[in-house]
Design a protein around this ligand. Structure first.
Ligand SMILES: [Fe+2]
Length: 248
């Protein structure tokens, strides 16, 4: 069985549209909306193609009309792009986000999977790097073979005491310095991480067609083109952990 894992699509339709790889089952680890300009086609794609999907922090905030008031970095971008998410979704699409489960257990190819956006302890917000000791404490007692997560926009695969931890990275907004979209394949117990080029300039054009402030357009274009947000010409990002709720 070939399982396609995607996460953090972030309303980037040009990226998602480019992802045409064969699979038997597609799983999604959340964050369908915010940052990008096309939340509706991304949600429709997930409805059509994804077998199981969990709710990301951005899905939750859009579904519950939460506002984000960040002054800098990704919190700023999260706040200003929220209006696009709200304006461009139909009520049934917002309901779809609200109905997404926080966690999902399922069995595929004889293996027990757990899907969660962030971590089993804190399904929406906890930041989990690819650290074995961190994950040892998070998977104790779960009784699963594979844990699939997103949220960090950093792809990794770990083996932790017989459990495979997979983070496929981000389709819509990679932040590890590589602007190519990121995904993972689990095939009969073997995991591979993949990067794929897509039409980044189309995504940048979509940003420039919006009513977003010029600063936001410039920052989003930079992340899309470079796979990271350097703060040189922008307002400084808050230090990691300063408020415990950096928008991923
Ligand atoms: Fe995200």
């Amino acid at each position: 069985m070939r399982v396609l894992l995607v996460s953090d699509l972030h309303a980037n339709w040009p990226a998602l549209e480019a992802l045409r790889v064969p699979y038997d089952v597609c799983l999604c680890l959340g964050d369908l909306v915010d940052y990008g300009c096309d939340p509706a086609p991304v949600i429709d794609w997930v409805k059509r193609h994804v077998y199981a999907c969990v709710r990301g922090n951005h899905d939750h905030m859009v579904a519950q009309y939460v506002t984000t008031n960040g002054q800098s970095g990704f919190r700023y971008l999260s706040g200003v792009t929220r209006s696009i998410s709200q304006e461009r979704l139909e009520p049934d699409q917002r309901r779809f986000l609200a109905d997404l489960p926080l966690t999902r257990f399922l069995t595929l190819g004889g293996k027990r999977f757990l899907l969660v956006h962030a971590t089993p302890r804190d399904p929406l917000d906890e930041y989990a790097s690819g650290d074995v000791d961190f994950w040892k404490r998070r998977i104790a007692g779960l009784g699963v073979d594979v844990v699939c997560v997103g949220h960090t926009h950093q792809p990794y695969v770990l083996q932790v005491e017989g459990t495979t931890i997979i983070n496929p990275g981000s389709v819509g907004l990679p932040r590890d310095g590589d602007p190519r979209l990121s995904y993972a394949i689990w095939e009969d117990g073997q995991v591979t991480l993949h990067r794929l080029e897509y039409d980044v300039e189309q995504a940048v054009r979509r940003v420039h067609e919006t009513h977003l402030p010029d600063l936001a357009k410039e920052m989003l274009a930079q992340v899309l083109r470079q796979g990271s947000l350097h703060n040189g010409s922008h307002r400084p990002a808050p230090p990691v952990g300063s408020n415990g709720s950096l928008s991923r």
